[in-house]
Design a protein around this ligand. Sequence first.
Ligand SMILES: Cc1ncc(COP(=O)(O)O)c(C=O)c1O
Length: 350
Amino acid sequence: MYENLKTQNIDNIADFIDLRSDTVTKPDAQLREVMAAADVGDDVYGDDPNVNALQQEMADKLGKEAGLFLPSSTQSNLVAMLTHNARGDEILVGRKYHIFKYEAGGAAVLGGLTYDPLPVQEDGGLNPDDIHAAIKPDDTHFPNSKTLVLENTNSGQAISMERTKAAIDAGRAHNLNVHLDGARMFNACVKLGVDATTMADPFDSINICLSKGLGAPVGAVLVGSNDFIKQAQRWRKMLGGGMRQAGIIAAAGRFALHNYVDDLAEDHRRTKALADALNETGRYDVTYQDNQTNMLFVHFDKERAKKLGAHMRDHKIIVSAGTESRIVLHRNIDDNQLDQIISAFKSFNG
Ligand SMILES: Cc1ncc(COP(=O)(O)O)c(C=O)c1O
């Protein structure tokens, strides 16, 4: 997924429509105003009013006791793993979930933890039978199965509550902790019409990213019980994630949380419109499932992918042109730009 994402030789990237990820969103004028006016304090001393408010507001929204502001979702997930587990413990996680595949093995490297990567089903969820089968016996040969990690959305797919609960029930039957990498959980909530508290309820901890579809420049919030967050705070400090006048970025996160969640529906609408337009041409191999939110995937052979990348660049559009090109819509793309994207795809004859 991360191949072909790094920009090469584009000096004036601001002039391009960027479809590589929703992480590319830039803070708009409103967010910049809020950031400029933000009250700040030293958050390592617990003094920053915007950080404190963001943590509590996110916890309240998800029906949990407490929250912790972190610089990134990668660190938030890592802190969650270090808090839930002890050296020698094992994490059960989807094989293509971010924590396993794209976080540099942080929990193994820094926490002495092992992963058992499980098959991910068509809808992005895990199969309860695979979870039962992955639990290790209480025997000195094995690591101690301790935590189940789910991800929602996964590859832009919103995973239903039914599927989620079945996986969690399987984990709970073996006394596992359950963490949600909900970097894009609000996309799932909006798509499924499920409120955030209901979605978060069966989990012990949830990571929420502020700097993806929500459009804030930096940050993530980890939520859970008071005890869990107290321990998580120590891990965050140890990892160097304790920030000082972080209210400047937390204020943007608060504003996005209060004002931008509903806008995700627009990204989803535009993603479907793009999928329909590509399918109508009959020339693209598109993966867009019913539960897709703001991402679709287009499949090419290597040569054609390269040509598409060059063609889109000529039309001032950046795509991650690989054999599986992930196209991501986000709040910096409006209907006019969507039209430009569609017409660029239509004029590609490679
Ligand atoms: C599902 C998921 N979790 C976690 C992350 C990590 O976020 P970051 O790279 O901002 O740390 C990402 C990043 O794209 C993600 O897609």
